[in-house]
Design a protein around this ligand. Sequence first.
Ligand SMILES: [Zn+2]
Length: 90
Amino acid sequence: MHDEGCIHCGARAIQRIQRLFAIGTDAKRERSRSTLAVWMAMGHDEARLRALAKAPEWALKPEGCSGNRESAPAVAGTSPRAPSGKKRAR
Ligand SMILES: [Zn+2]
């Protein structure tokens, strides 16, 4: 579903591994590394891929691409801006 010509898709694939897979840290590192290698082989910049993958929000290409059709999955509890713990006095 990911477009290997799109750096955002690569970053998102890595984010998906980091956030969604219930596997050990080492396994995540291995998967991330191999995913990174796939996109780097397509000519993308490693530092940029890593920076995008590290960002708190999903790496969605602003103008959209084929890989964006699946959109960012909603993962409970991992939203960086979840307004939890705030009580409204009313
Ligand atoms: Zn994309």
